[in-house]
Design a protein. Structure first.
Length: 91
């Protein structure tokens, strides 16, 4: 598992209720949730907030796939493809 260093500990997590709900969704619900997310900036913001949220909860089991998804989204990868990959691999 890669080492994660968060420099700013005063990060404000946006849409924390939405992120908490995401963690409890079924595979189909997660897929439907991401189907509505078409904008790269919104997808990047959501994944970043999910990373920060899980980091605060000391839940690191999905960090590798989240970090790969974030990196690929920032590298101009296909938004739908990488969010679908995230859903499939998210435990």
């Amino acid at each position: 598992m890669p080492f994660i260093k968060i420099r700013n500990t005063n990060i404000e997590i946006r849409n924390s209720e939405e992120i908490e709900n995401f963690s409890g969704m079924t595979l189909e619900q997660k897929s439907a949730f991401f189907d509505k997310m078409k904008e790269r900036d919104k997808a990047i913001e959501f994944v970043e907030n999910l990373i920060f949220f899980l980091h605060e909860k000391n839940d690191f089991k999905n960090m590798e796939i989240l970090l790969k998804t974030l990196t690929r989204l920032k590298a101009n990868g296909n938004v739908n493809l990488h969010l679908t990959n995230l859903v499939i691999n998210y435990v």
